[in-house]
Design a protein around this ligand. Structure first.
Ligand code: HEC
Length: 233
């Protein structure tokens, strides 16, 4: 909870109404999800289905009252207003990738809506070792140490913007998790709190990540890439 408190204070210091709203929203969602996660929200009898940030929900998590059809410029502007706070918050996790992914190459020209779950705007980043990502479907099998990062945010119908979770995939040594192509899936909430990682703590909370990504396991080394019209070259 110290992470939560820290980010709340940082944001409160900014002293603007809209930022406080974001902080409060984030903290409320995060708090309910963290307590839900410790009770294993993915247990079949207790699907935390009413929680909009339920990590067991399919895909990259649903958000309530999302506004759709922001044009690329507006989506970029919304993202820019959050980026610095996102980095500060994700860095609180202590995960090196979570603290610096925004210095990596971004592969989308503007934030785009998830093709499967159209209520969040997404960005895709990849570290240097993962530079083959630029070949998209022709990337082949990624090298050891490749890290792919996807951050997210939601714009509500009333104009409020708030950060969503950070999703990471890291290519591990051969044998780490063969059915997942040896990718480690990791997820953090917008306040930097940790939800789970493959073969580690909270493994059950990120199992669904690898299961869905395995649909393109053989053909694309478990990577889905992004809509063609948003790809950088
Ligand atoms: C129901 C399917 C599904 C689930 C579940 C899912 N993803 Fe994804 N993921 C996608 C799709 C589709 C994309 C491509 C971008 C998009 O349209 O959302 C993607 C893209 C990504 C990327 C960018 C790299 C790439 O090109 O594949 C990362 C990183 C990622 N997901 C991590 C995660 C993590 C971590 C979880 C679990 C917390 C997760 N995903 C759960 C379908 C899924």
């Amino acid at each position: 909870m110290s992470g939560l408190a820290a980010i709340e204070i940082t944001r409160a210091l900014r002293n603007t109404a809209s930022v406080s709203v974001i902080a409060i929203t984030t903290v409320l969602f995060a708090t309910s999800l963290v307590s839900a996660a410790s009770k294993n929200p993915c247990a079949p009898k207790k699907p935390a289905a009413s929680n909009p940030l339920n990590p067991c929900a399919p895909g990259h998590i649903k958000a309530p009252d999302a506004a759709h059809k922001l044009n690329p410029k507006a989506a970029q502007k919304a993202y820019a207003s959050l980026q610095k706070d996102m980095v500060v918050a994700f860095a609180l996790s202590g995960d090196a990738s979570a603290g610096k992914y925004q210095t990596w190459k971004r592969y989308n020209s503007a934030p785009y809506e998830s093709t499967e779950h159209g209520d969040r705007y997404l960005n895709n980043y990849a570290n240097k070792k993962a530079q083959a990502y630029i070949k998209y479907e022709k990337s082949g099998v990624m090298t050891l140490g490749s890290v792919l990062a996807k951050d997210s945010f939601t714009v509500l119908k009333n104009g409020q913007i708030y950060a969503g979770p950070l999703f990471l995939m890291e290519k591990m040594k051969k044998g780490f998790k063969p059915e997942f192509g040896d990718w480690k899936y990791v997820m953090y909430l917008p306040d930097g709190s940790f939800i789970g990682e493959t073969n580690g703590e909270g493994d059950e909370n990120v199992e669904y990540c690898g299961a869905c990504h395995a649909r393109v396991g053989k053909s694309q080394d478990h990577m889905f890439f992004l809509p063609k019209n948003y790809r950088v070259k």
